[in-house]
Design a protein around this ligand. Structure first.
Ligand code: SF4
Length: 209
């Protein structure tokens, strides 16, 4: 199967993919992505609706008691670390960026709790800058479909996907692969019986047993 056929199937499944994290402002999206590490978007949305209602500005988040942030953030896991990240991100944005999340990758990667994947997802979603965030779903699917090797690290997966997909659809492919991984090609018990990739998939034999 050619890459174009994989893309056509993803387009048929998810013609208009969108980010499932809820946000209304740039910093809300950045914080939501940071909180989403090792957690579902659904749970992050529940937490951020409380967090951003109680502390509706960056200044208020910066000044929020850490114990209260921990209590609110608790459901998403790693809550102590993530509470510190939220407070520090708010402080840096207020103190150094006039409350606006920067577009520059080098600046964003210096924020606490913000790695390459978070930067890619943020830039692609908020600023429509072409980028492919390789999260657990994108990595798993890339390897199952042979778009990357099983030994590749996330950066190698990202580089290979960048070469295979046209730049203008990087963000869309990222979203489609996330949704495909979330609802069809799950880590455990993927829905192989209904999958058009069954002929090329490296995992199907195991999963169809
Ligand atoms: Fe995923 Fe199964 Fe499809 Fe392979 S055949 S891509 S494991 S759903």
């Amino acid at each position: 199967m050619k890459t174009s056929e994989i893309e056509a199937y993803l387009d048929s499944l998810f013609p208009n993919p969108h980010c499932e994290l809820l946000y209304t402002k740039d910093y809300e999206l950045l914080i939501a992505i940071v909180l989403s590490a090792q957690c579902t978007d659904k749970r992050v949305n529940m937490v951020t609706s409380v967090l951003f209602s109680k502390y509706p500005s960056l200044k208020q988040l910066k000044e929020a008691p850490i114990s209260d942030l921990e209590e609110i953030i608790h459901p998403v896991g790693s809550f102590r670390k993530k509470a510190v990240y939220v407070k520090e991100i708010a402080s840096i944005l207020v103190d150094d960026y006039d409350g606006v999340v920067p577009k520059e990758r080098e600046k964003l990667e210096k924020f606490p709790g913000v790695g390459r994947k978070t930067v890619n997802v943020f830039l692609s979603e908020f600023y429509q800058i072409p980028a492919i965030g390789v999260d657990t779903h994108v990595e798993r699917i890339s390897k199952r479909l042979g778009l990357a090797s099983s030994k590749d690290d996330v950066l190698q997966v990202e580089k290979k996907l960048q070469r295979k997909f046209k730049k203008e659809v990087w963000g869309k492919r990222h979203l489609q692969m996330v949704l495909f991984g979330r609802y069809h090609c799950k880590a455990v018990k993927p829905e192989c019986y209904h999958c058009a990739f069954v002929e090329i998939c490296k995992e199907k034999k195991k999963n169809l047993k």
